[in-house]
Structures are given as structure tokens and as C-alpha cells.
Design a protein around this ligand. Structure first.
Ligand SMILES: [Zn+2]
Length: 131
């Protein structure tokens, strides 16, 4: 993979902008995610809630669809923000989704700085465990 410069300020801004498109009538928590992809592009996602609460999709979930639709290959670096710019960590389910499409070296913007998914989701189950 070619070297990619990660502009965290851009990713954070794109995540906040994506949160403006969230559908969050139940929680009121608008969430946006943005990722630098291996091809150098940036994809974004926003949360989409549902009257059947358990069917809500996190911003990282809709961003995963955008990765596939855009042909961006893999996630390299991910930032998640609320609509007001607060740093939000991906939930456990989303860490697994990011691991699937970014692998252990994908960087995540955390309160402790940029950390690889291997640190954010230690001892992960992943594609390498399936035959
Ligand atoms: Zn989530």
C-alpha cells in the first residue's frame, strides 16, 4: 500500500459534516464518521435510527456501505464525531465492522490519540480465523 498522509483535521470536519445528515429522531444523538481509504479517497457515514430501536445503524455501518460503493478498498484511518464535534468512540459492534474492512492497522481517532484497531479491539476475531 502506498503511503498516505492522514489529515485528521479533515477527517474530523468531514465526520461532523456527515452528522448533519443523521436520522436520529429517537436518541437525538447525531453521529458522523469519516474514513481515509486505501485509495486516498474519503468516505463518510451517519447514523440512521429506526422506530424498531434495535435496527438502528451506526455511522460506521453506513460508512462501510460507502466504502464498498466507492471502491475505496480498505479503511486506513477513521474519525467519529457528534454533530457538535464531540469525539465519539465506535461502539463494540462497529469496531468489529471497522476491523473487517480496515484490519488491525487501521487507525482510530481516540481520546488517547490515533490508535490502531489492534489496540481498540484487542484479540479480535476476524477473517483470518475462517477457513
Ligand atoms: Zn456502532
Amino acid at each position: 500500500m502506498r503511503h498516505l498522509d492522514i489529515d485528521w483535521a479533515v477527517l474530523r470536519d468531514r465526520a461532523v459534516a456527515a452528522a448533519a445528515h443523521a436520522y436520529a429522531p429517537y436518541s437525538g444523538l447525531r453521529v458522523g464518521a469519516a474514513a481515509l481509504c486505501a485509495d486516498g479517497s474519503v468516505v463518510v457515514g451517519c447514523n440512521v435510527e429506526n422506530a424498531s430501536y434495535g435496527l438502528a445503524m451506526c455511522a460506521e455501518c453506513t460508512m462501510a456501505g460507502q466504502l464498498r460503493l466507492s471502491g475505496g478498498e480498505r479503511f486506513v484511518a477513521v474519525a467519529c464525531r457528534s454533530g457538535s464535534g464531540e469525539l465519539l468512540m465506535p461502539c463494540g459492534r462497529c469496531r468489529q465492522i471497522l476491523y473487517e474492512l480496515g484490519g488491525p492497522d487501521c487507525l482510530v481517532d481516540t481520546p488517547r490519540g490515533a490508535l490502531p484497531l489492534a489496540d481498540v479491539l484487542p484479540d479480535a476475531f476476524g477473517p483470518e480465523h475462517l477457513p
